[in-house]
Design a protein around this ligand. Structure first.
Ligand SMILES: Nc1ncnc2c1ncn2[C@@H]1O[C@H](COP(=O)(O)OP(=O)(O)OP(=O)(O)O)[C@@H](O)[C@H]1O
Length: 315
């Protein structure tokens, strides 16, 4: 460790980072964010929100206009070599190495960071990623899914403690997506901190411990995923009527109840946090007014609904 390291429990500390590109475009306003050691953090945001810019700054590839980033307590600009060696970056696509074997390509990645040769580690990484039987295959002969695994193997070759995954499952099939999730979880068990950017809300919902939402260069929310879903999640009860109606009957036009456009469904929205959902009362009132229904079911808002409403509501 450099003696300039600051003791911190965080894998990454982002302090008042801003970025204005030479074109004059402000890609990041003032971003503050701490990534805890050993967590899986999902950075969600629409196209052009600033995700890649932020990650590139943490990796030391893009210079910020203001602010500082610490990786394991080291400043990414002052201590670039130290911080970069702690980070594994998995890009979206493999652009080189087509004619190399898997083994040579992954071993080369380790050498880039000035690490001593360690074939045992390379073997472990390849085995963990189910690539061992492909170690002598040329990369160009691999399937798309295997190429993705090679990207992860290359990023892990130098034993980083922080792994950035940029859209890890963009364009892959469902099965591979689930395999990738499993792999990421296993990595976390070995103590690696994982930061992923994604457009797939389902991915964040499935994997992340915490979620950050970035839009127009601003981090508008950082929250434990479970808390986020509890806090912002709403449940709806959908009641399919026996006979469609024109308007809500007298005494039923209370807050939370709405008649869907087709007039055949009542939608009752209630707070998942509330002690009393009000459902029993609602059903009693419907019975009193002779409103018959065919079916009842509840819907829960997903992280996707929450995300869309957050990004829409952002200034
Ligand atoms: N080198 C550059 N010069 C000028 N503007 C740039 C440059 N790089 C990125 N931008 C702009 O900064 C904004 C943020 O881009 P960034 O790539 O960080 O977004 P993103 O959230 O990663 O998007 P995506 O999900 O589409 O990858 C975009 O409007 C982009 O056009």
């Amino acid at each position: 460790m450099s003696d300039q390291a600051i003791s911190t429990p965080n894998a990454v500390s982002i302090r008042a980072i801003s970025k204005t590109y030479q074109s004059g475009f402000q890609a990041l306003k003032t971003v503050d964010l701490d990534i805890r050691r050993g967590e899986i953090f999902a950075l969600l945001g629409p196209n052009g929100a600033g995700k890649t810019t932020l990650i590139s700054i943490v990796c030391g590839i893009v210079r910020p206009s203001g602010g500082a980033v610490l990786v394991d307590g080291h400043d990414v600009q002052r201590d670039y070599r130290v911080t970069r060696s702690k980070i594994g970056l998995v890009p979206q696509e493999l652009s080189t190495d087509a004619f190399e074997t898997v083994w040579a390509s992954v071993r080369f990645s380790r050498g880039l960071f000035g690490r001593e040769r360690n074939d045992d580690h390379i073997e472990k990484v390849l085995r963990d990623l189910s690539l061992w039987d492909k170690k002598d295959a040329k990369i160009m002969t691999l399937s798309g899914g295997m190429k993705r695994r090679v990207l992860i193997a290359k990023a892990l070759a130098h034993e980083p403690s922080i792994l950035f995954l940029d859209e890890p499952t963009a364009g892959v099939d469902v099965e591979l997506r689930h395999d990738m999730w499993e792999m990421v979880r296993k990595l976390r068990e070995t103590g690696v901190t994982v930061i992923l950017t994604t457009h797939y809300i389902e991915e964040a919902e499935e994997m992340a411990d915490r979620v950050g939402v970035i839009t127009r260069g601003e981090l508008i929310l950082v929250e434990e995923k479970d808390v986020l879903m509890r806090k912002l999640g709403k449940k709806q009860l959908s009641i399919t009527l026996q006979t469609p109606m024109q308007a809500l009957p007298e005494g039923l036009d209370a807050s939370g109840l709405a008649l869907a456009d087709d007039g055949a469904t009542l939608i009752y929205t209630f707070d998942t946090q509330g002690e009393d959902t009000g459902i029993a009362e609602l059903l009693r009132k419907l019975a009193e007014r002779g409103v018959d229904f065919k079916d009842l079911h509840t819907l829960e808002s997903s992280l996707e609904d929450i995300f869309v409403s957050l990004v829409r509501g952002a200034p």
